[in-house]
Structures are given as structure tokens and as C-alpha cells.
Design a protein around this ligand. Structure first.
Ligand code: TTP
Ligand code: MN
Ligand code: MN
Ligand code: MN
Length: 375
């Protein structure tokens, strides 16, 4: 039987041992179709179907062999009927009629536009679509709409925010963040996470994890950092989320659980060296201003040092890798992984009452915390 019958992580390991992922044009066509399908189900708030296609896409991504016929995907995990139908059609016809239908769908196209605005999710898109709005121009023209502070910033800096963040921009922002944090906490560790830590060349934002080794904690650090940026005129937007961490709280077992760290979703002004001299000279001549900065989305997360490793793992992503890792911990290892810790469920006795006895269980779980290798 196939070695790929094993569950996700062991299957992933088997792939890594078998060799590097093989790229092919067909593979990208399949992954693109899956991503479109997943996105459309996300817009329809059908999480199960959405995840089905996202999983299928990540399985394909790491295949150490090319897919050219249906037999190639035999024994692979996450290849349900909906997924197989699309693979079959793409292998035979070169394209998927279903994915094409979605791409031409009016609702999909509107949601795609709406959700490209920072602060606009599926719920808001649904509301706008129900009101008969179809394009961003129509949304902007409608002055009866009450936009949130976040959405206003999303529209204000729209062009900058949809143009991707480059590695060079990430490095520049990284310097700013490190310099500012170290003014207040000289020993603090500032680590870039998210897509850039995974080696991606571009991203939609830049994610940072901040921690202070040793006993000293500073609950005000994030506030001090953004206050300084405000003073320097670098802060275009800031949504501060205070820590919701309560010691008695049990770990969340949801696959897509967010964490309880103090964090800040911000938009920073990144000054850029002027490259286009002609437009600068033109502007001097006509007394118009040339914009010499770019708005950049930055996420800052601050963690206690003892939870740093788990936070780093969670915030490095990808989102799908996190989901699979948590699923693997839960189903294959009887453990619970979140951005705060790894808990061993088997070492909690009396399974019937362990989740009822809140305080006692939390302590028990903490005693059985399993440190990750290399922490
Ligand atoms: P993102 O910045 O949303 O995604 P990304 O960096 O992988 O890709 P992009 O280039 O589009 O920015 O999130 C980074 C990771 O952090 C993601 O894998 C999920 C995780 N995460 C949490 O663990 N908790 C959170 O509250 C959020 C928002 C993200
Ligand atoms: Mn990111
Ligand atoms: Mn993202
Ligand atoms: Mn982010």
C-alpha cells in the first residue's frame, strides 16, 4: 500500500524524504483552481469546503513527483470527490469549468474587490453586496455607508496596501521596529515572522514578534513604541489589542484559534529614497508634492519569554501549516498546541472532569507542558 496513506505530518515527512517538491505547469494550474474554489467557499462562509480545497492545494504543493494523470494522485490524503472532479477536468480539458464559473461570478468578483480593502471581511462584503453594491467605486461613492476607522484607513492607503511589501521594505521596517523597541527595552528580541520568516520574497504585511528574555516584562512597551511613532509622524493607523490572557483559561481546541497576546495591527509610513528624478523635478517646477513614502501594514505581537517558542511557531505560519500541526498534535499525539504552549492531554488524569475543574486543570496542564525541541 502507499506510504501516503499516513496522516498529514507523517505524509509531509515522507514527501520531504522522497525528494524536493516537483514544479510543473499543470500543478500550478491545479493549485490556482483550488485556491479560487477555496476563496469562493470562504466568501460563502462554508469553512468545511474551503478547508478541503486549501488542504488539497498544500498537498499538491509539496508533491515530490509531477501529476499528469489521475493515477498519480492515488492514495494521497485530502483528495475528496469535489477535489478529484476538478483534477480530472483539468487533466482532460486543460481547465476547470467550475473554477472558471467562479471567476466569472458577479458575487465572487465583488467579494474579491471588497475584501481587498484592509478592514473589510466577508461580513461587510455580504452587507454591501446585499445593498446592491458591486464595485469599490460604488462603495466609495455611497456616502450613506458608515465605515469603521480601520476601513477608512483601508481606503485611504488602498493603492499602497494592495501593492505587495518587498523583502527590502521588510528589512527597512525591521530596522525601524528594532531601533524603537530597543530604546525602551535594550535586551528585547525582535523577530520577523509570517511569510518573510518562511523565506517569501513578498508579503501583504510584515509581522513581528517581540519578547524580553529574563524576568523583566513591560506591559507598556507596545504603547511606548506606537506613541513614539505617532510623535515622529510615522504612524498612519493603529489598532491596539490588549492581552486577553487569563491564567485560568483552558487552551482553545479550535483549529483556527487566535491567541491572547497583546498586539497591534498598524500601518506605518515608510520613507523611500526617491528614484524617479524626473517627476521630482516636474513637481518642483509645478509646485506639487511627490509622495516619498509608502504605507505598510505591520503586525506587532508581544509575548512573555516562556511562551515565545510557541508564539514564534504559530506566527511563522503558514496558516495551513498551523492548522495541520494543531490537528496532528490533537489527533495523532493526543496533545493540544496553541500559540501559548503545548499540552499533553494524556497526562491529565480523570478525563471526565479535567475540563470542568478549571483552575486545577490549568495547573495540571502547565505541569505537563512539553517543550519543543531546540527552544
Ligand atoms: P499573516 O500575516 O496573516 O499571513 P502571512 O504572513 O503568512 O502571509 P502574508 O504575506 O499574506 O502576510 O499571518 C501570519 C501568521 O500568523 C499566519 O500563519 C497565522 C498567524 N496568526 C496567528 O497565529 N494569530 C493571529 O491572530 C493572526 C492574525 C495570525
Ligand atoms: Mn504576514
Ligand atoms: Mn495574509
Ligand atoms: Mn499579519
Amino acid at each position: 500500500s502507499s506510504r501516503f496513506e499516513l496522516l498529514d505530518i507523517s505524509w509531509f515527512t515522507a514527501c520531504m524524504e522522497a525528494g524536493r517538491p516537483v514544479d510543473s505547469e499543470l500543478k500550478y494550474r491545479l493549485m490556482d483552481a483550488f485556491e479560487v474554489m477555496a476563496e469562493n467557499y470562504e466568501f460563502k462562509e462554508n469553512e468545511i469546503f474551503c478547508l478541503e480545497f486549501l488542504r488539497a492545494a498544500s498537498v499538491l504543493k509539496f508533491l515530490p513527483f509531477p501529476v499528469t494523470k489521475m493515477k498519480d494522485i492515488q492514495g494521497l490524503p485530502c483528495m475528496g470527490d469535489r477535489v478529484r472532479d476538478i483534477i480530472e477536468e483539468i487533466i482532460e480539458e486543460g481547465e476547470s469549468s467550475r473554477a472558471k464559473e467562479v471567476l466569472n461570478d458577479e458575487r465572487y468578483q465583488s467579494f474579491k474587490q471588497f475584501t481587498s480593502v484592509f478592514g473589510v471581511g466577508v461580513k461587510t462584503s455580504e452587507k454591501w453586496y446585499r445593498m446592491g453594491l458591486r464595485t469599490l467605486e460604488e462603495v466609495k461613492a455611497d456616502n450613506t455607508l458608515k465605515l469603521s476607522k480601520m476601513q477608512k484607513a483601508g481606503f485611504l492607503y488602498y493603492e499602497d496596501l494592495v501593492s505587495c511589501v518587498s523583502k527590502a521594505e521588510a528589512d527597512a521596517v525591521s530596522l525601524i521596529v528594532k531601533n524603537t523597541v530597543c530604546r525602551f527595552l535594550p535586551d528585547a528580541l525582535v523577530t520577523i515572522t509570517g511569510g518573510f520568516r518562511r523565506g517569501k520574497e513578498i508579503g501583504h504585511d510584515i509581522d513581528f514578534l517581540i519578547t524580553n528574555p529574563g524576568p523583566r516584562e513591560d506591559d507598556e512597551l507596545l504603547h511606548k513604541v506606537v506613541d513614539l511613532w505617532k510623535k515622529q509622524g510615522l504612524l498612519l493607523y493603529c489598532d491596539m489589542i490588549e492581552s486577553t490572557f487569563v491564567k485560568e483559561q483552558l487552551p482553545s481546541r479550535k483549529v483556527d484559534a487566535m491567541d491572547n497576546f497583546q498586539k497591534c495591527f498598524a500601518i506605518l509610513k515608510l520613507y523611500q529614497p526617491r528614484v524617479d528624478n524626473s517627476s521630482y523635478n516636474m513637481s518642483k517646477k509645478f509646485h506639487t508634492e511627490v509622495k516619498d513614502w509608502k504605507a505598510i501594514r505591520v503586525d506587532l505581537v508581544i509575548t512573555p519569554f516562556e511562551q515565545y517558542a510557541y508564539a514564534l511557531l504559530g506566527w511563522t505560519g503558514s496558516r495551513q501549516f498551523g492548522r495541520d500541526l494543531r490537528r496532528y498534535a490533537n489527533h495523532e499525539r493526543k496533545m493540544i498546541l496553541d500559540n501559548h504552549a503545548l499540552y499533553d492531554r494524556r497526562k491529565c488524569q480523570q478525563p471526565g472532569i479535567r475540563f470542568r475543574n478549571r483552575k486545577g486543570c490549568w495547573l495540571l496542564l502547565y505541569q505537563t507542558l512539553v517543550p519543543l525541541a531546540g527552544v
